[in-house]
Every structure is written in C-alpha cells, then in structure tokens.
Design a protein around this ligand. Sequence first.
Ligand code: CP
Ligand code: NVA
Length: 316
Amino acid sequence: MELVNEEQFKGRDFLTLYDYTPEEINFIMDFAEKLKDEHKKGITHHLLKGKTLGMIFQKSSTRTRVSFEVGMYQLGGYALFLSRNDLQLGRGETIEDTGKVFSRYLDGIMIRTFDQAEVERLAEAADIPVINGLTDLLHPCQALADIFTIREYKGKLRGIKLAYVGDGNNVANSLLIAGAKMGMNVVVCCPPGYEPDGEVLKKAYSTAESTGSKIEVLNDPETAVSGADVVYTDVWTSMGQEDEAQKRAEIFKPYQVNADLIRKAKKQCIVMHCLPAHRGEEITDEVMDGKQSVVFDQAENRLHVQKAVMALIMAD
Ligand code: CP
Ligand code: NVA
C-alpha cells in the first residue's frame, strides 16, 4: 500500500485522473469528506488565504464556474472569472504567453476549453498549477465528484458496477479512467460510432488489469444496466456539437434513461447525471426527480472535491 502525504500534491497540475494513483485519489476524497463535514458544521479552513485562482472559460458553465469561485472564497482566497471574449487569448495571444503572464499574478489556473492539448500546453508553459475544468476529451473534476458521491452512497468503489448509457463523451471518458483506477466495473453503453475515445479506452483496459476493474463497451442498454449499482447518463449533444443535435436526437433515442430502464438495474441503484440535463431527452423527469436520483448531490460535491484539490495543489 503506497503511503500518501500532502507534500506530494504541492504544485501539481490536475489535468486528468490518469496522473493520480488510486491511493492519491482516495487521499483527495478523504480530505474532501473532512472539508465537507466541517463546512456543514460551520468550521472554516482558510487554507488558501491570499491566493488567487484565474478561471478561463471558452465554453459556458453553471456548476464549474460557481463551485470554483465559491470554493476559493471558502478557502480564504479569490477567484477571477476570465471569459475568452475578455482576454487577449480571443484575439490571438498564445495560450503559452497567457500562461507565463498568469504565472506572474496568480497562484493557480482553472481552464475550460475545447482541445485537451491546449490545457496541456498551458500547463507546460505555466509555473503554477493548472486544473482541467472540462475539455472535449475529459472532465476530471466531474469524475472525481462522481466517485466521491458513489462512495458516499455505496460506502465503497471497488466492485461497484456503473453503467453509463449515452454518448461516449468527455464525461464517459473521465468516468472510465476514474472507474478503472478505483477497481470499479464500468460499462459504457452507446450507439455504434459513439464509443469513448480509443486512447482513453486502451488506458482504462490496461489500468483495469492492475486494479481488478472490469471495463466493457456495449450497445444494448438493458444488458448494460443489468446488475448495475449506478446508472449514469449525460447529454447527447455536448458543447461544440450543436450542429449535430438533430441527428443525435434520433440516433440516441433508444438510449434514454427512463423508469423502464432503471427497473432493469439493481433495485437499490442510484441514478447520476453530471448536469446540465436535457429533460425528456437522455433522462426523463420521473427518473431525474425520482428517489434514486443523486444528481444534485453530485453538483454539490463538485464544490467539496475541488476545494480539496485546490487546497492540496495550490498550498505553499
Ligand atoms: N457538470 C458541469 O460541469 O456543469 P457546468 O457545465 O454547468 O459547469
Ligand atoms: N458532455 C457535456 C458535459 C457538460 C458538463 C458537454 O461537454 O457539454
């Protein structure tokens, strides 16, 4: 069993859960649990007093923006919202130059953008930690909040079966990485041609060999959710794919998470969605507002896990 201490997190980027060991991921979640618990009791931890986080947004956001901004405030720091249109980045300044300049003012950068390579280039150029707040490829903060939520409800991750039904997108990719790392059984069920990223899958299969996790990609929703402890879905059309919305709405119709499908999973299964949801498309109102839905816990937990990540990587 690898020993973990807070020193080993200082100054690191958070670009993908692939860069963190299962023990480190557990350490972050234990810390998040403590922060959450104490926050509920009114105990404050100004672990990032005087520190500033820059938040670059090249795509829309409700949860990511608010949870990072509030998280920094609760940790005694400050967060700056920087939309693409307000930055010289939108007028051709390079991401590398932006990163070098930001390193002279800030203590950390959170970025939401299209290309994962842009996040990696920023991290390479910047001297301060960079956090991936979603790319077309990955959404690691979401996956961390999701496994934290599953741990809260199920008491463990190892051996838990998560069936993701829908598009093999950024959220599916990050869940595959998180699930493989933590010894979960992850089934991604999608229409042919909408599978998760090939490289991500390859890494998930090889990680699974050492963690005892099981990874599968299927096309039939009923088979996928059979025996599932967690049924997860996300929008059929992600940000940046708006032109394909109509075509996708047709293709994904058989993949809706509705009451009939949930009945095929374990009786005690929980239902998850990273939000925003397109009610009536990938998930019905009945399921989203039903007793098994934990979607708002997931949203809340973004705050707690991101506070843990920021406190660990941005602390002196
Ligand atoms: N789940 C998530 O990242 O939500 P936002 O797009 O609202 O940030
Ligand atoms: N897959 C969605 C997730 C939003 C949080 C998107 O990229 O739009």
